[in-house]
Design a protein around this ligand. Structure first.
Ligand code: GAP
Length: 447
């Protein structure tokens, strides 16, 4: 993990959030290379789950939502982690993260029976387990700081939450979508966007953040068909993760989540665990949310969420299958899979073996020597041609050719194209492959 974190910072993939001010726990910023990789991951997901399918549509809802959303969804009442405080040093922890063999539903007695020592002061003197709601609250409208500190009516009435999942922006738009485009059932609504959680202990680099990006689908189905659709959605996730993202199947492990650990809305959940450098962690979840959300919205809003079957005319509230994945966790899974160290000509090399569809740059073009104007001019020509076709092409004439290769290996560029003196004579270039370091001569017109 340390090697990946160091590469991410060194090469401009991921920086600590607000780095210049000493950082801010649980926040991370994507640099120039990171943005390119993240965007490609998100675009591939969108292409695979939305654009290439007839049964999926996109939405892009506001992050700030009417607070009734979070009452109806159950998040105000139940979106909480078990918080425990050390009475000696006053440090606070998420109980299930400092003891083995317990889950989010741990009780005070169960926790105390484990005789856990405080990770900060080493003592064993715990307060009771309290439920800590993870939603970030804010105030919307003309609310003064004194309203908030004095707890006035204006402050209470203005409370809104930063969304802790993108899913609710989909559920609240379900009726608008049905009323406007009336898709045939089953159909899915997909959304990508930021989600915010006041995690008690953000950790493991970008795995547990206070601000993350989610990619979620709510797939609406006839109630009696949920199991078959759940299976289809499960297979689709594997196909996307392995074929499109290039993750090894052997590193993905399905975990059937027991009832007591499932989110309040779920009747069945499979967590897709991934072998990260620090051990197995949840990469994504697949949940059967039943009609929980739509019936809650129906009750809270007084508006019907029923769907009218196009063939039979029967009306019912659809049930929902939800695959949900965090972009940062997928980003780290892709990085973990790609990161390799090997030896080239007796020298240690770090190489990111990213799939071609994800690599920030497809090609790097350079002149063998940068002080030979005829080589630079020819190389610029090749660069312009490739750029027109592939967009993500980079130019590099820094240092010597060996150093350029090392740099491009570290940022995962699959092919380096080098213009040399032979190019001027026969219009061929050297194409050097990232993974094998093999070099071949290729005609410019065949690139
Ligand atoms: N709408 C369902 C939902 O939000 P979840 O299991 O709480 O379910 C779904 O989150 C996914 O979002 C997780 O599997 C993970 O990939 C990502 N995620 C959740 N919390 C995260 C956090 N604090 N930091 C990074 N990613 C997170």
């Amino acid at each position: 993990m340390e090697d990946i974190i160091s590469l991410c910072k060194r090469r401009g993939f991921v920086f600590p959030g607000s780095d210049v001010y000493g950082g801010m726990a649980g926040t991370w910023d994507f640099g120039p290379l990171g943005v390119m990789l993240k965007k490609k991951i998100m675009d591939e997901w969108w292409k695979f789950f939305v654009e290439k399918r007839d049964d999926m549509y996109g939405v892009d809802a506001a992050i700030l939502m009417n607070p009734r959303t979070w009452e109806a969804s159950g998040h105000v009442a139940t979106f909480a982690d078990p918080l425990v405080e050390c009475k000696e040093c006053k440090s606070r922890f998420r109980a299930d993260k400092i003891a083995d063999g317990i889950t989010e539903s741990v009780t005070t007695d169960e926790f105390l029976a484990l005789h856990v020592k405080c990770p900060v002061c080493g003592k064993e003197n715990w307060g009771p387990i309290r439920k800590f709601n993870m939603m970030f609250a804010t105030h919307v409208g003309a609310v003064l700081p004194e309203d908030v500190s004095e707890g006035t009516d204006a402050a209470a009435k203005s409370v809104a939450y930063l969304r802790p999942e993108t899913a609710q922006g989909i559920f609240t738009n379900y009726k608008n979508v049905v009323d406007t485009i009336y898709p045939s059932l089953p159909f899915g609504l997909a959304q990508q966007g930021k989600a915010f959680r006041n995690e008690i202990s953000p950790r493991d680099f970008i795995l547990r953040d206070r601000e993350c990006s989610q990619m979620e689908i709510e797939y609406f189905v006839a109630p009696e068909t949920w199991e078959e659709n759940f299976e289809k959605m499960r297979e689709l996730q594997h196909e996307f993760l392995t074929r499109v993202m290039g993750l090894p199947e052997a590193a993905i492990h399905e975990l059937e989540v027991p009832a007591e650990d499932r989110a309040h809305y779920s009747k069945r959940t499979i967590d897709f665990m991934f072998d990260y450098p620090n051990g197995q962690e949840e990469l994504m979840g697949l949940a059967y949310r039943t009609d929980f959300d739509l019936t809650n919205i129906q009750r809270e809003s007084g508006k019907s969420m029923e769907y009218r079957d196009k063939v039979t005319g029967a009306t019912f509230v659809p049930h929902v299958i939800e695959p949900s994945i965090g972009v940062e966790r997928l980003f780290l899974a892709v990085m973990t899979t790609a990161y390799h160290e090997d030896e080239v000509n007796g020298e240690k090399r770090v190489v990111l073996k990213l799939p071609e569809n994800l690599a920030p740059y497809r090609f790097c073009v350079s002149p063998l020597l940068k002080n030979k104007p005829e080589l630079v001019e020819k190389a610029r020509e090749v660069y312009a041609k490739l750029r027109e076709k592939y967009v993500n092409v980079t130019w590099d004439d820094s240092g010597n050719i060996g150093k350029r290769y090392r740099k491009q290996d570290e940022i995962g560029t699959p092919k380096c194209v080098v213009v040399d003196f032979d190019t001027l004579a026969d219009d061929t270039v050297t194409v050097r492959e990232r993974d094998t370091t093999e070099q071949t001569r290729v005609k410019i017109s065949d690139l």
